[in-house]
Design a binder for this molecule. Structure first.
Ligand SMILES: [Zn+2]
Length: 612
């Protein structure tokens, strides 16, 4: 089954390479890229780089490289089609069986997502209007008032009330022309076999719309007003709603998080509301789940410090802490605020005020100190059980610390605390096999141009050809200049010639020329050959440096590649002529002329090269 390019592009774009790879190995941020220990060869210092901008990975150690599909093919030993199918599924894109259906399927999916957002928006407005109606929502309004929420906060967050009847939204929405099936798809109504009819998922609940960063409503949280269970209910997962990726109020908090370079992570919707109302507007909440790697990735885009505020209900703490090592691994500074037993941030803010809360935040313990505190509360750190418990509790976190100096400091601290020497702890750390290293920046490449122009060796021509390809892959605006001068066949290296052909094809069809796209187009029957090509593309794409390729350098590279073509021809014709003459045969006049012409041309370009 051939999968058309546009669909492959769409699937690739819907699967962030950083997110996909971090599902398989821990990635750390390194400048605009991410790095890891390479999964394809043994190493102790990370040389495996993932570039989210270029949508590729590359290993400086073993040369492995490619885009997100190639990663799965290599790592999970999949075929190309399997990798495409897997990622289509991951992104919620279903692949229809027949080719003609693709375009329809794509527009169907994007239409469906649009519909879901629209229905959710309609529902949010409906619930909000209900809340505003004193006759319907008296209990709900009293509840919110008791929690100290101002009218502006209620409006800003679009809070609502789902009436008791259990059919209010259903009837209102159907009245507006929405289909019951669409409401069901959005998770707003459920079908009951017993009643043989649909009814509202949320009834007699305060509703909290959960939006994405673009403020599109993905789903709802609902808090019950009576004594029914569950106390909190969320919309089910839909094609626009994924609890493991959503952070409540991120759309309202993102600016402040960026500005403060700090995110406060809370547990509940009302905690977030109270925080924002008190001016602590860099706060968000997870939706009743532990932090996932998706959350971490989102957070790492906004802030370098995360403060986790949990109420000190000890059962919950252990579970909550589990996700935090992920943050540490992403190079985020993690602090923990443990509020007094039985107090949630909401209570705390209302009883102690915002200033006291900020104070708690600024005095927050680092994750490791917090873990130490937890252990020391339960064990005697002088006993051997206590020592073992502490080491087991903190070392996995310490192992994830990005900064080596910081990591050493923590080891030292633990060593002093439990009177165990640092070497032993370091050995233990090594055993955990998570030891992180300072990232060594890739050394700047040697001055390419001088090298190439002076060299007549095969090494030189190789560099020239790679250089030209590198220019085209990274700066497509240069393709036109190169394309009119050099044909794909002019490249001596078979691999480069093949890639250039694809680059020209994309360019001529006015399609974007990007490393990840070239990789997809190159996919062929010969897997080994394609994977070699992908490695070349990845290495050239990841090492780019615009300054190295001034117009003069590009011109030099073009000349060098063209000259080589003449050289090859010169040698080929020369050998032919010599062989004919050896055998006493006549040589065609054109051949001689061609030979002389090439000789002149080569001499000329060499002289020109020398005079520079
Ligand atoms: Zn490698």
């Amino acid at each position: 089954m051939a999968i058309p390019g546009y669909l492959i592009d769409q699937i690739r774009q819907s699967n962030n390479i950083v997110e996909v790879i971090s599902e398989h190995l821990p990635l750390k941020k390194a400048g605009s890229n991410f790095k890891a220990l390479c999964p394809f060869h043994q190493e102790k210092t990370p040389s495996f780089i993932v570039s989210p901008q270029k949508e590729i990975f590359h290993c400086f150690g073993c040369g492995e490289g490619g885009n997100v599909f190639n990663f799965l093919m290599k790592h999970e030993k999949m075929s190309f089609v399997e990798a495409v199918e897997r990622l289509a599924e991951r992104a919620g894109i279903s692949l229809p069986k027949d080719r003609e259906g693709y375009q329809e399927e794509i527009s169907r999916i994007s239409q469906e997502r649009k519909n879901l957002f629209e229905i959710n928006r309609h529902a949010a407005d409906f619930f909000h209007r209900c809340l505003k109606s004193p006759s319907v929502a008296q209990k709900a309004r009293e509840y919110l008032k008791k929690r100290g929420l101002a009218e502006e906060t209620i409006d800003k967050f679009g809070l609502g009330y789902a009436p008791e009847s259990g059919r209010a939204l259903l009837e209102a929405a159907v009245g507006k022309g929405y289909k019951k099936e669409s409401l069901e798809k959005a998770g707003l109504v459920v079908f009951s076999e017993k009643r043989n009819d649909y009814y509202d998922l949320f009834f007699d609940r305060i509703t909290f719309p959960i939006a994405d960063v673009q403020s599109r409503i993905m789903g709802f949280g609902g808090r019950v007003l009576g004594n029914r269970l569950p106390k909190y209910l969320n919309s089910p997962e839909t094609s626009v709603f994924n609890k493991g990726k959503a952070l409540y109020a991120l759309n309202l908090a993102s600016d402040s998080i960026l500005k403060k370079n700090q995110v406060i992570i809370l547990e509940g919707y009302t905690d977030v509301l109270t925080c924002h109302q008190s001016g602590i507007d860099n706060s968000v909440a997870t939706l009743g789940t532990a932090l996932t790697s998706d959350h971490v990735l989102i957070i790492s885009r906004y802030a370098e410090e995360a403060v986790i505020v949990y109420d000190a209900d000890t059962a919950g703490v252990k579970a909550a802490l589990r996700g935090l090592d992920l943050l540490v691994g992403a190079g985020i500074k993690v602090k923990v605020v443990a509020l007094p037993q039985g107090t949630d941030p909401d209570d705390f803010l209302r009883s102690q005020g915002a200033e006291k809360f900020q104070q708690e935040v600024s005095q927050a313990l680092s994750l490791i100190d917090y873990r130490i505190k937890l252990v020391s509360e339960n064990c005697d750190l002088n006993s051997s059980e206590g020592k073992v418990a502490l080491v087991e509790e903190v070392l996995p976190t310490i192992a994830r610390i990005k900064n080596l100096v910081e990591q050493k400091e923590e080891i030292k601290k633990v060593s002093q605390l439990i009177s165990v020497d640092e070497e032993t702890l370091l050995l233990e750390l090594a055993r955990i096999n998570r030891k992180t290293y300072e990232w060594e920046e890739v050394s700047p490449r040697e001055e390419l141009a001088r090298d190439i122009q002076q060299s007549t060796s095969r090494d030189g021509i190789l560099k020239a050809e790679k250089g030209l390809l590198q220019v085209m892959i990274n700066y497509p605006e240069e393709i036109e200049t190169i394309r009119v001068e050099v044909a794909p066949e002019d490249f001596v290296m078979g691999e480069i010639s093949r890639i250039v052909k694809v680059v020209y094809e994309l360019y001529e069809r006015k399609e974007p020329v990007k490393p990840a796209i070239i990789m997809d187009r190159i996919y062929g029957q010969d897997l080994q050959f394609s994977s070699k090509l992908n490695q070349i593309i990845a290495s050239l794409a990841i090492e780019e440096n615009r300054d190295e390729f001034s117009p003069e350098v590009v011109k030099g590279l073009v000349e060098r590649v063209k000259m080589h073509k003449s050289e090859e021809e010169y040698i080929r014709i020369g050998e032919e002529v010599a062989s004919l003459m050896d055998r006493g045969l006549s040589v065609e006049r054109e051949k001689i002329e061609k030979f002389q012409e090439l000789a002149r041309k080569l001499k000329g370009s060499r002289d020109e090269g020398l005079s520079r």
